[in-house]
Design a protein around this ligand. Structure first.
Ligand SMILES: Nc1nc2c(ncn2[C@@H]2O[C@H](COP(=O)(O)OP(=O)(O)OP(=O)(O)O)[C@@H](O)[C@H]2O)c(=O)[nH]1
Ligand SMILES: [Mg+2]
Ligand SMILES: [Zn+2]
Length: 333
């Protein structure tokens, strides 16, 4: 029988099956040794002693938040408290695109907007043109919640967003029966107007015809794992110009250079999108620098070995390292 992990607390894995039976399991040592990271959303096999013995093939997988087998990500942000931050929103969207996870955007706390109609108009212009489905809601006042319900029918959803934007409040608002709306929601710090990290763990919440993973809010996500070329490919609105740029290895960030195809067309790209690209590009360039440093180191090491100039490692050190290796194996057993 196939079980799905719906919650993880320290070493305990809470699993459920399609008949809504639930069990609390632990991880088989062999999986621990293989360093297999089981996350919420994973389908697993278990033995009669309630040990997870096997991880079944994943449809997809996210490291932040740790979740798998997702049909759609609902990126949640708020008009205010915390303030709407489009660079942060683009961070989530580009990250999800990198992972091939379809996403839509939920702008919450519409009751706190200073100029709702104009804000909606501006957001639609940017994000509907990029093909995103948008929701403008108030989770607290249960406004436009039915529209989300219809859209996510039969889907496994993950909520993504900063702390305090109202993810858990939305989870509660999606319940028709207020008695079932039992997710702990937090407060907003009066000083910073940001959330206070109320949700601490990912957990699947089941509804009649969809399921949602509530997740802890997070904002520290960096593009220090992909190269500039790959980054620009994730921005559809910049890529259309970048692909015609005549400069090889151009990072399209020298706005003075009017011969760069992207910089020439800046008036056609939304400013917050371009600013986001430049912001993530800095992180991506750091990564590029890091890996080229490593490959230079490797290259020079290989060269010196091939020139037979490598320093001989003393016999004692060699033995030591073998001992260390043996010790490591022992520890693992
Ligand atoms: N004014 C207003 N407040 C809201 C709305 N939705 C949520 N809130 C408030 O925002 C605060 C934070 O909501 P949560 O649902 O705990 O936020 P969260 O995204 O789950 O935060 P973390 O669990 O920390 O990631 C609570 O005080 C909610 O009452 C809304 O539509 N309007
Ligand atoms: Mg929460
Ligand atoms: Zn260019």
């Amino acid at each position: 029988m196939v079980w799905q992990v719906y919650k993880i607390h320290s070493d305990f894995y809470y699993v459920k099956n399609c008949e809504h039976d639930t069990l609390t399991c632990k991880l088989r040592d062999v999986l621990k040794k293989q360093k297999i990271d089981i996350v919420v959303g994973d389908f697993v096999e278990i033995d009669k002693n309630c040990f997870i013995t096997k991880l079944l093939k994943r449809k997809n997988f996210l490291i932040r938040p740790k979740a798998s087998n997702i049909d759609l990500a609902l990126v949640v942000c708020s008009f205010n408290e915390p303030k709407l931050d489009l660079i942060q929103l683009n961070r989530y969207l580009i990250y999800l695109k990198y992972h091939n996870i379809p996403s839509c955007i939920c702008f919450n706390k519409e009751d706190l907007s200073n100029d709702l109609n104009n804000e909606i108009k501006a957001l639609k212009k940017i994000y509907e043109n990029l093909g995103y489905k948008l929701f403008f809601i108030s989770a607290k006042n249960k406004i436009n919640i039915d529209e989300i319900k219809k859209y996510i029918k039969n889907c496994s959803i993950v909520l993504i967003g900063a702390s305090g934007v109202g993810k858990s409040t939305l989870i509660n608002a999606l319940n028709d029966d207020d008695n079932k709306a039992d997710k702990k929601t937090g407060t907003i710090s009066k000083k910073t107007l940001k959330g206070t990290h109320t949700t601490r763990h990912c957990e699947i919440v089941d509804y009649e015809d969809f399921s949602i993973i509530d997740t802890p809010g997070f904002s520290k996500l960096k593009f220090d794992f992909l190269l500039p070329n790959a980054l620009v490919d994730l921005f559809d609105d910049i890529k259309i110009y970048a692909k015609n740029c005549k400069f090889k290895n151009c990072t399209h960030d020298n706005i003075e250079n009017k011969t760069c195809e992207v910089c020439k067309n800046l008036d056609k790209i939304d400013k917050s999108r371009y600013d986001s690209y430049v912001c993530f590009l800095i992180e991506s360039l750091e990564y590029k620098k890091e890996i080229s440093k490593k490959s230079i180191k490797k290259e020079s090491l290989n060269k010196s070995i091939s020139n037979k100039t490598a320093l001989k490692v003393s016999k004692r050190k060699r033995n030591l390292s073998r001992n260390t290796q043996k010790q490591k194996i022992k520890d693992e057993i």
